[in-house]
Design a protein around this ligand. Structure first.
Ligand code: NAD
Length: 351
C-alpha cells in the first residue's frame, strides 16, 4: 500500500510515517512544507528506506498537489499538515486560515480530481483521512463527554480553522463522494514533540531548572493520548473506517494542567535528581484568552467499530516520554535552536 502523508515532518505525522514504514511495510510519501514546527530528524529511523520518499511542498499550492498525486499515485492519504499551536493562532491567525482551511480545500480538490480518474478497484481502496482535534467541540461541563455528534463550538482561531476544515472534508464526501473519514483526537504527547506544547516545554524547563509556567489556576482539564496510540488509530482507519464517518480518539486520561505539570516534576526528580524538588518551580501566569475549561472524549465508537484502544496508561507514557527527552538532547536542542524559543517569546502551551 502506498500512503501519502501530509505534515509528516511534524509531531504526529512523523509517528504515522515511522509506523507505516517500519511496522506496516507501507510505502510512504511525506509532503511537508517544513515550517518551524517540522523536524526532519524525527524521520531519521526511516530516512534512506526505499519505501520512504519526501516532497517539500505547500498544501496550499494546487499545482504542486496535482503533481504529487499524479506522480506518486497513492492508495490513500492521511492529512495532518496544519498550523497547530493555539497561542500562535491568537497572535497570528492568518497562517491558520491559510494552511488549515485553504490548504485543506486545495488538497480535497486535488484528491477529488485524482480519485475521479482512478479505476474502480482504485476508487474502492482510496481513503482520505482528515486528522482533526477535539477542540472543535468547544468547552465541556464537568460531567459530559465529546461524542461524534456533539455540535461544533470552537473557541480559538486554531479550533475554528480546524472546524472549518472538518466541515469542508465531510462536504467533499457528501457532495462529490470522495471517501473522506474525519478523526477528532484529544491532546497528544510522546517523543519528538516540538517544545512549545505543554508537556515537552515543561519537561525541558524541568530538566534545565527553569520556571514551569501554568496558565490561570491550572484547573483546565485535557484528555491525553500517547502519539503512537493515535498513529495506530489513524492507520486502522485506512482499513476499518467507514467513508463519511467521524471517529473520536482519546486516552481516557483526563488530567488538569496542574496535575500534568506536577507529575512531570516528580518523574524528572526521579530520573534526573536535582538539588530541590521541581514542584517548587511551578509559576502561575495570566490565563490564555478564551481558554476552554475541559475537554473529554468518548472514544467508544473507535473501540467498538475499529477495535482500537490505547495501549498505555498516561503514567507509563509520561515516564517513557521524560526518559526519551532526557536521552535525546541533540534532537531538542536542534528544535529549540534559534528558529523558535518558547521562553524568549513568552509563549506557553496547553495545546
Ligand atoms: P505539528 O505542528 O507538530 O506539525 C505540523 C506539520 O505540518 C509540520 O511538519 C509542518 O511543517 C507541516 N505544515 C504546516 N503547514 C504546511 C503547509 N502549508 N503545507 C505542508 N505542510 C505544512 O502538528 P501535530 O501536533 O503533529 O498535529 C498534526 C495534526 O493533528 C494537525 O492537523 C492537528 O490539528 C491535529 N491534532 C493534533 C493534536 C496534538 O495534540 N498535537 C491533537 C489532535 C489533532
Amino acid at each position: 500500500m502506498r500512503v501519502l502523508v501530509t505534515g509528516g515532518a511534524g509531531f504526529i505525522g512523523s509517528a504515522v510515517c515511522r509506523s507505516l514504514a517500519l511496522q506496516k511495510g507501507a510505502e510512504v510519501i511525506n509532503v511537508d512544507k517544513l515550517t518551524y514546527a517540522a523536524n526532519p530528524s524525527s524521520l531519521a529511523p526511516i530516512q534512506g528506506l526505499k519505501s520512504y520518499l519526501f516532497e517539500q511542498q505547500d498544501i496550499c499550492d494546487r499545482e504542486a498537489m496535482d503533481f504529487v498525486f499524479n506522480s506518486y499515485r497513492p492508495d490513500a492519504i492521511i492529512h495532518l499538515a496544519a498550523e497547530s499551536h493555539v497561542d500562535r493562532s491568537i497572535t497570528g491567525p492568518a497562517a491558520f486560515i491559510g494552511t488549515n482551511i485553504v490548504g485543506t480545500y486545495t488538497l480535497l480538490e486535488a484528491a477529488r480530481k485524482y480519485y475521479e480518474g482512478l479505476s474502480v478497484p482504485g476508487r474502492k481502496r482510496f481513503r482520505f483521512i482528515h486528522v482533526s482535534t477535539d477542540e472543535v467541540y468547544g468547552s465541556l461541563g464537568p460531567a459530559d463527554y465529546f461524542r461524534e455528534e456533539t455540535p461544533y463550538r470552537p473557541s480559538s482561531p486554531y479550533s475554528a480553522s480546524k472546524a472549518a476544515s472538518d466541515h469542508l472534508a465531510l462536504a467533499w464526501f457528501k457532495t462529490y463522494g470522495l471517501p473522506v473519514i474525519v478523526s477528532n483526537c484529544s491532546n497528544n504527547y510522546g517523543p519528538f514533540q516540538f517544545p512549545e506544547k505543554l508537556i515537552p516545554l515543561t519537561i525541558l524547563n524541568a530538566i534545565e531548572r527553569k520556571p514551569l509556567p501554568v496558565y490561570g489556576d491550572g484547573r483546565n482539564v485535557r484528555d491525553w493520548l500517547h502519539v503512537e496510540d493515535h498513529a495506530a488509530g489513524l492507520i486502522t482507519l485506512l482499513f476499518e473506517g467507514k467513508p463519511g464517518e467521524k471517529y473520536n480518539f482519546g486516552g481516557d486520561s483526563e488530567r488538569s494542567n496542574l496535575d500534568v505539570v506536577t507529575q512531570i516534576c516528580d518523574v524528572v526528580d526521579r530520573l534526573y535528581p536535582g538539588p530541590a524538588a521541581r514542584r517548587s518551580m511551578i509559576t502561575f501566569v495570566p490565563d490564555r484568552p478564551g481558554h476552554d475549561i475541559r475537554y473529554a472524549i468518548d472514544a467508544s465508537k473507535a473501540h467498538r467499530e475499529l477495535g482500537w484502544r490505547p495501549t498505555r496508561t498516561f503514567e507509563q507514557g509520561l515516564a517513557e516520554t521524560v526518559a526519551w527527552y532526557l536521552k535525546s538532547r541533540a534532537w531538542w536542542e536542534r528544535a529549540r535552536s534559534g528558529v523558535y524559543d518558547g521562553s524568549r517569546l513568552g509563549l506557553l502551551a496547553t495545546q
